[in-house]
Design a protein around this ligand. Structure first.
Ligand SMILES: C[S@@+](CC[C@H](N)C(=O)[O-])C[C@H]1O[C@@H](n2cnc3c(N)ncnc32)[C@H](O)[C@@H]1O
Length: 188
């Protein structure tokens, strides 16, 4: 039987006390500079004033809180409880949607990104559908970051760079012992 990650995220969002790092699953990395990561993402994707951003798997909003103060930002998550918690914590706009079936119409946002989400997907077919959905709703860039190449957690789905053809591969946005990477596609 498949591991139920959704139950984990519902619990983190709904019942677990703690700060935003705990809600977002970064309790062991609660010293990472999320503002610097948000800046790095903006530079990589060439995000400029007036651009719109959609985040897939916004969690408690560790990155969204920085982006929503400067850009037109919408968070999404498949956990309705997480969406509710993200809105309470950050006061940004967020909606419930699955990564492989995004509710927005084609080319709705300039930039679409996911940070720390793809290793929770059930399988590689799901991941391919998610990539295709992210490309469908984006106008300028799709960025997938914090992709697990290695993990101590056996339930994580692992990826190699060649899973992302047409994407520019770069390093992870913060230090951690196991290797992770970033894949960016420029659509125009
Ligand atoms: C590690 S957290 C992401 C942290 C977030 N990017 C931040 O900056 O705070 C992973 C999030 O992805 C969401 N998620 C996992 N699988 C998903 C899926 N198939 N569709 C949409 N969201 C998903 C989880 O509910 C969780 O909130």
């Amino acid at each position: 039987m498949q591991f139920d990650w959704k139950a984990v995220w519902d619990r983190k969002a709904g019942d677990e006390p703690g700060d935003q790092y705990v809600v977002s699953g970064f309790e062991h990395f609660n010293n990472i500079d999320t503002e610097a990561i948000a800046h790095h993402l903006c530079r990589l994707c060439k995000i400029e004033s007036g651009h719109s951003i959609l985040e897939i798997g916004c969690g408690g909003g560790l990155l969204g809180r920085h982006l929503s103060s400067q850009f037109e930002y919408v968070g999404t998550d498949y956990s309705a409880k997480m969406v509710q918690r993200a809105i309470e914590l950050n006061r940004f706009s967020a909606v419930r949607t699955d990564a492989d079936n995004i509710i927005f119409k084609d080319k709705s946002f300039d930039h679409v990104f996911a940070f720390g989400v793809f290793h929770y997907f059930p399988d590689y077919e799901y991941a391919k559908r998610a990539i295709s959905e992210m490309e469908r709703v984006a106008r300028k860039t799709v960025c997938i970051s914090d992709i697990t190449a290695e993990s101590k957690e056996p339930m994580h789905l692992l990826y190699t760079e060649d899973f992302f053809p047409g994407y520019q591969i770069s390093s992870q946005f913060y230090e951690r012992p196991e290797r992770r990477f970033t894949a960016t596609r420029y659509l125009e």
